[in-house]
Design a protein around this ligand. Structure first.
Ligand code: SF4
Length: 224
């Protein structure tokens, strides 16, 4: 449970920082759920700078799920495999096949339906709901999880921690602004609250961050 004042301050600071420093990424110029799905699967464990040209190639060649479904899987993998993590080509093609066959080419609009597509977990389904369908769905990638863990000082056991982080990710969404705050948290986590060497001095949350407070008090607790 977050105190309302702390939640409002968190939201205000994160959104103001994002307005000034958010990244300009090609998939932020679309609300097409298929394009969002492509961007999320390609971004999995991969540097954004390497993802962008592949994302553009995939969409130029296969602008819809039906176009991808009609292509041989080898052709899709030939584009995506150079990024590494080669299972993603199979996920993409498998998801496109199901969208074409089971949903008439229209991307599903509910979390449970999205999560039944190959390779789509809670995070990716949440991203499609938030970034394409404009719902206030939480999005918890590794960067957001690290930021929330540090800021709120989450110290629960791994399983309870995951539950708590999902609930925090939902609780910090201002009504009707899921898209903005999710993008903001992803950028803040990736750019400032980095796994190694967090840039706390540049962070808009530094005055009320639990991790920062512990560091100032000289805690020897390892980087969470
Ligand atoms: S102050 Fe530092 S640890 Fe806290 S959220 Fe910002 S970057 Fe992360």
């Amino acid at each position: 449970m977050i105190a309302p004042g702390k939640r409002r301050s968190f939201q205000r600071r994160v959104l103001a920082w994002y307005a000034a420093h958010g990244r300009d990424l090609p998939w932020r110029k679309t609300r097409d759920p298929y394009a969002i799905l492509v961007s999320e699967i390609l971004s999995h464990q991969t540097q954004i700078s390497r993802v962008i040209p592949v994302y553009e190639t995939v969409l130029a060649r296969y602008p819809t799920a039906e176009a991808m479904a009609a292509a041989p899987i080898e052709a899709v993998k030939a584009i995506t495999d150079p990024l590494g993590y080669k299972i993603r080509g199979r996920w993409l093609h498998g998801a496109a096949l199901q969208v074409a066959d089971r949903f008439g080419g229209v991307m599903p609009q509910t979390l449970p339906e999205l999560q039944r597509l190959p390779g789509i977990g809670r995070y990716t389904a949440g991203a499609v709901m938030s970034f394409a369908h404009q719902r206030d769905a939480p999005v918890l990638d590794t960067n957001v999880a690290r930021l929330l863990r540090r800021y709120f000082g989450v110290v629960a056991s791994p399983r309870a921690r995951t539950r708590e982080l999902w609930s925090l990710a939902a609780a910090v969404i201002p009504k009707g602004k899921g898209y903005l705050i999710n993008q903001a948290l992803m950028d803040l986590g990736a750019m400032l609250c980095r796994a190694k060497g967090p840039r706390c001095d540049a962070c808009p949350l530094r005055r009320s961050c639990d991790f920062r407070r512990m560091a100032r008090q000289g805690s020897r607790r390892p980087l969470p």
